[in-house]
Design a protein around this ligand. Structure first.
Ligand code: HEM
Length: 293
């Protein structure tokens, strides 16, 4: 891992250095015939110049930050999509939802909007259920104990000393029957959307419905759902991650037939990380459009 991060930094460094130089030149000479590309590197360089400490502006440090973002943002979503595809089965109800919402909400230019994606309640639920059963690791919400007196555990569990790193056992929390009932270990794609749809049917946009939507959304962390962490440091990228995953799934369902996997491959345990099997084969076939041979 360390070597890969170093390789990435070495690859990025000349690009970041060049961008910093060009952006400085542009600042000194606004007529310069060059515009900074509207991309992640420019945003990071701009953010580093807004920071108080000059340390943040060192190109190497910018690269290291890009590294962290790349790791957080680049690997988590593909893993989530792989897990979802493994869980994938009997998705007619999802396809029906995707096609209905697309026809109702994306008519004019055929583009998904945030409002349309928010209406994919069943896709959201199936994704959340997949998140629940496939956490990225065995530990979530890792925190370092900072107080000099340490951290007093509830009951008679004692005190964790300053400097220790603690975390929550996400696997156990997500499979606890007290949190998810006796079928906690079962993949039930509509576990969360059922509650929202029941609220929709009964309360008609009232506060009960809002509460159901907020509580059961894939982006809402809670003591029972730790996939995106919890509290102040809960994943800030979760909103974009879930919307992007919904777009991936919508595209797949509208354009491809996917053969459900008969026997789900077991999760791969690598130290504390939980990964989908990398060698499973998923059979997909492009859907025929009307008039196509
Ligand atoms: C399915 C996709 C993703 C998953 C499962 C995920 C999961 C997590 C988790 C578990 C944490 C730690 C939260 C905590 O300690 O309480 C975290 C932190 C973070 N994530 Fe994500 N993440 C995802 C996507 C993204 C994306 C797309 C971005 C950026 C665009 C992102 C940016 C971050 C950042 C910057 C942090 C650190 C937050 C802090 O320490 O205050 N993540 N993520």
């Amino acid at each position: 891992m360390r070597r890969n991060l170093q390789n990435f930094t070495n690859l990025m460094l000349p690009h970041v250095e060049e961008r910093v130089q060009q952006m400085k030149r542009k600042q000194e000479d606004p007529d310069l015939d060059w515009e900074p590309p509207n991309d992640f590197i420019t945003w990071h360089v701009e953010a580093s110049y807004r920071a108080k400490s000059a340390y943040e502006r060192i190109p190497y440090v910018i690269c290291e930050r890009l590294n962290v973002m790349n790791l957080f943002a680049g690997h988590t979503s593909p893993l989530a999509l792989s897990n979802f595809l493994i869980d994938f089965f009997k998705l007619e109800a999802l396809t029906e939802e995707v096609e209905r919402v697309y026809a109702e909400e994306c008519g004019e230019d055929g583009q998904w909007t945030q409002a349309a994606l928010n209406k994919l309640v069943r896709v959201d639920s199936a994704l959340k259920e997949s998140f629940r059963l496939h956490p990225l690791g065995l530990k979530s919400v890792e925190r370092k104990v900072m107080g000099a007196a340490g951290f007093r555990m509830p009951g008679d569990l004692g005190t964790v000393p300053k400097g220790s790193v603690v975390g929550l056992p996400i696997w156990e929390v997500h499979q606890d029957p007290d949190n998810y009932g006796t079928d906690a270990a079962r993949y039930d794609p509509f576990r969360f959307s059922r509650v929202i749809e029941a609220a929709e049917a009964s309360s008609n946009e009232g506060s009960g419905l809002l509460h159901a939507r907020r509580t059961h959304a894939a982006t809402t962390p809670s003591a029972e759902f730790l996939h995106f962490g919890l509290g102040r440091h809960a994943c800030p990228g979760r909103f974009i991650a879930v919307q992007l995953l919904k777009m991936d799934i919508a595209y797949l369902l509208m354009n491809y037939e996917v053969q459900p996997i008969e026997n789900k491959p077991p999760i791969l345990f690598q130290n504390l990380a939980l990964l989908p099997q990398m060698n499973f084969v998923l059979k997909v076939r492009r859907k025929r459009r009307a008039g196509e041979m």
